[in-house]
Design a protein around this ligand. Structure first.
Ligand code: PMP
Length: 423
């Protein structure tokens, strides 16, 4: 039996209707933008393996730094102990996150969000002014754990647990041309004075289908939170590390968040790591001699030294001018491709935020799992390309190592999909 067959007997895959997709493709190697399966087929990974592999696969520089750290000290508990990779990474993150002053490590995006919400709610308790309400945006996705599910506004992911999730107020998504409705909804809920925090995916709701809104709206949200004193949780798990054009999406607005969540691209996809960064104001509400004010949270793998080393190496590459040039090339190529698609009969909307290009297809259904989605996925697999759609939205979120030629090939395959759907 090959790997796929052995897998199909014992594995339970995430977000996979396992009758429709009975056999997972077994990948055995990664090289730059390519993943190679056990038959030797090379697939273009056009979505950076769920948006994490910032520099593609098998990056030798990151691998070397990881190996060095592993053979020096792979891990060390982080209560009462510390180490150079964690501190250096923290210093580096704080350098590129102005106004943040503390770094709390965890393991993934969901935990980064859980930590942020626990911090926000306990912040108000510690200040003797309890506030428990969290406000989120309809359609949001902030993770799979219970707290993160509560603030996620996609019922398909959460409906089995609805009555177990804490009460969250959702404001409407800021649809293009109707942003004012969403902004005034936030204004109204903040005016009640009991909001602990507002959480948002800045500029792009990823899992909702790369739904985008403008920086002016994000600015208005953040400014309202400041006016009413609610904390701002900026979930940059997907948008962080250059995806939307700037290093972080929140760099496109002048009002700064109080808490920022990071994961996915933070290690270049090499190791799992989550970060919750906070201002000094948030941190200071927890740390004096009263132990009842402590944040009781910490994972076994908190600040894993190897993950921190991977992240430092990934950051070396990200902040190098070659990567800036590569990102600029992707942004420009996407924009030029979008122009060629304008007015296409199969397309309901085309949107771009930096290196993310989303093409929303006209479809009878926009549900997460649909026959259309399966068909699109299979079409691209047939082309040896990983372009797993979100409902009826095909999107490209490529590793920064992709070349112009490889991108052109991705665009050609998308054009072929459109032609196939038309016929
Ligand atoms: N927040 C956002 C904005 C995300 O896109 C995701 C993952 N898609 C998460 C949180 C959860 O991250 P993880 O899957 O690493 O738990």
């Amino acid at each position: 039996m090959n790997i796929s067959q052995r897998d199909s007997k014992i594995m339970w895959h995430p977000y996979t209707p396992m009758k429709a997709w009975p056999e997972a493709i077994a990948m055995v190697r990664g090289e730059g933008v390519y993943l190679v399966d056990e038959q030797g087929n090379r697939y273009v990974d056009a979505i950076s393996s769920w948006w994490v592999c910032l520099h593609g696969h098998g990056n030798k520089y990151i691998a070397q730094k990881v190996a060095e750290q592993m053979t020096t000290m792979e891990h060390c508990m982080f209560a009462g102990f510390t180490h150079e990779p964690a501190v250096r990474l923290g210093e580096r993150l704080l350098h590129i996150l102005p106004d943040m002053s503390r770094i709390f490590y965890s393991d993934n995006g969901s935990t980064a969000v859980e930590v942020a919400m626990k911090m926000a709610i306990q912040y108000w308790r510690n200040k003797g002014m309890p506030r428990k309400r969290i406000v989120a945006i309809e359609g949001a996705y902030h993770g799979d754990t219970f707290g993160a599910m509560a603030v996620s506004g996609r019922s398909v992911f959460t409906e089995a647990f609805t009555e177990l999730l804490f009460d969250v107020t959702f404001i409407p998504f800021p649809e293009r041309g109707n942003e004012a409705a969403s902004i005034s909804a936030l204004d109204a809920v903040l005016a009640a004075g009991d909001v602990a925090a507002f959480i948002a995916e800045p500029l792009v709701q990823g899992s909702a289908g790369m739904r985008m809104y403008d920086a002016a709206t994000l600015e208005r949200y953040f400014a309202l939170c400041k006016r009413y004193g609610a904390l701002i949780i900026d979930d940059e798990v997907m948008t962080g590390f250059g995806r939307t054009g700037t290093l972080f999406a929140c760099d496109q607005v002048s009002t700064r968040p109080d808490i920022i969540c990071l994961s996915k691209g933070i290690t270049g996809g090499v190791m799992p790591l989550g970060v919750t960064a906070t201002t000094a104001e948030v941190f200071d509400a927890f740390y004096d001699d009263d132990r009842s004010r402590m944040l009781y949270h910490g994972h076994s793998f908190t600040a894993n030294a190897t993950a921190c080393a991977a992240s430092l190496a990934s950051m070396d590459l990200l902040l190098h001018e070659d990567c800036t040039t590569a990102r600029r090339m992707i942004v420009e190529a996407h924009a030029a491709f979008a122009v060629t698609l304008a007015g296409h009969g199969m397309i309901a909307d085309i949107r771009q935020a930096g290196t993310i290009l989303a093409i929303e297809l006209r479809a009878d259904t926009t549900t997460y799992h649909s026959a259309l989605r399966d068909a699109i996925y299979r079409f691209f697999i047939g082309k040896k390309m990983i372009l797993r759609p979100l409902g009826n939205v095909v999107y490209i979120l490529p590793p920064y190592c992709i070349t112009k030629e490889e991108l052109a090939h991705v665009y050609t395959c998308i054009q072929e999909l459109l032609t196939a759907l038309e016929n």
